[in-house]
Design a protein around this ligand. Structure first.
Ligand code: ATP
Ligand code: MG
Ligand code: FE
Length: 333
């Protein structure tokens, strides 16, 4: 079974060819970061136009590297949501055209399922049930997976996502987009105990998250210092903010593992690339004898390989999309 996976939900144009759900034959990611950096974030209209310019080339390169043509494919899997509508439409339209022309099935993939499935790329032996912590640019979820594509969301963010908080705080600190990697880098030189930022744990028993209070607290600290003419240590701010996000993510996850005693935690989404988060989770899970997996950084952020893999499992269930498949910007888990 050969799946071509296509991802265009935000600002990465990506395509991958995956054989039998395990063997990644090729993977191309064309990032628009350089284009959006000067605006401090992703500009949707520009993102959509950039996808149009690059999609054909990215797919051609993925097929070329795999040494394959459309005739070798079993199906085309594409992200149809959530994401930016103009960006999603480029991938969905391209995938439809290719699948129709090659007379093979079209498969619609939920981008968030894709993020979790990124774990199976490097850990094909991963077993259910497992708890997934998805922390990305737009989402923060705790999800119990009982089997392939059989899951229940037990926690979600009530306001800002973890990655969104990283990006907004980074912008306030004068770092470029995307914020996560820059905060991590700055935090390395800082004192995480310098500022006591709030840890919003919400009411006990809930696995929901809230990061907007933390974000506001960092912004208020910056603003009041500015009004007094004080200059705060940016590295200390970054380290203290990061420590607050990590502590909330870790504590909520541990609490969920008490209620749902599974043996494995899988981390996913762009924030999963954060080394402090990985280290903190590793330490706590080692104590508890729970195995811990996370994708390599390249598979944490948006990529076509994870879409091909999630698409593979839909394909195996004969779960095909119709030619009417449309972009669903607000698609949820
Ligand atoms: P979603 O997947 O929810 O639709 P998205 O696709 O924009 O949103 P991802 O690509 O999964 O999000 O992840 C991007 C996010 O990950 C950004 O918010 C970025 O700041 C964050 N991020 C990336 N690397 C790191 C890091 N090392 N530490 C913290 N955050 C990071
Ligand atoms: Mg991106
Ligand atoms: Fe994403």
């Amino acid at each position: 079974v050969i799946i071509l996976g296509i991802e265009t939900s935000c600002d990465e144009t990506s395509a991958a060819v995956l054989a039998n759900g395990t063997d990644l034959k090729s993977h191309i990611i064309s990032s628009q970061i350089g284009t959006h950096q000067k605006y401090g974030g992703v500009v949707p209209e520009i993102a959509s136009r950039e996808h149009c310019l690059h999609i054909s080339q990215v797919v051609a390169e993925a097929l070329g590297q795999a040494g394959m043509g459309f005739k070798d494919l079993s199906a085309v899997a594409v992200t149809y949501g959530p994401g930016l509508v103009g960006s999603l439409l480029v991938g969905v339209s391209a995938a439809k055209a290719m699948a129709y022309a090659a007379d093979i099935p079209l498969i619609g993939v939920n981008h968030l399922e894709g993020h979790v499935y990124a774990n199976f790329l490097e850990h094909p032996d991963l077993r259910f049930p497992l708890l997934a912590l998805l922390a990305s640019g737009g989402h923060t979820n705790l999800i119990i997976f009982r089997g392939h594509l059989d899951y229940e969301v037990i926690g979600r963010t009530r306001d800002d996502a973890a990655g969104e908080a990283f990006d907004k705080v980074a912008r306030a600190l004068g770092f470029g987009y995307p914020g996560g990697p820059n905060i991590q880098k700055a935090a390395f030189e800082g004192n995480a105990a310098a500022f006591d930022f709030p840890r919003a744990m919400l009411e006990t028993g809930s696995f929901d998250f809230s990061f907007s209070g933390l974000k506001s607290s960092v912004l208020n600290t910056l603003n009041s210092a500015r009004m007094k003419g004080e200059v705060l240590n940016t590295a200390d701010l970054a380290a203290s903010f990061q420590a607050a996000v990590v502590e909330v993510l870790v504590q909520k996850t541990l609490r969920a593992l008490e209620k749902y005693p599974v043996k494995t935690l899988a981390l996913a989404g762009g924030v999963a690339a954060n080394s402090n988060l990985r280290q903190a989770l590793q330490q706590e899970l080692d104590h508890r004898g729970i195995s811990f997996v996370y994708p390599s950084p390249i598979y944490c952020t948006d990529n076509g390989a994870m879409i091909a893999l999630a698409g593979y499992y839909r394909f195996m269930n004969d779960d095909y999309a119709s030619w009417k498949l449309n972009a669903v910007p607000g698609l949820n888990l």
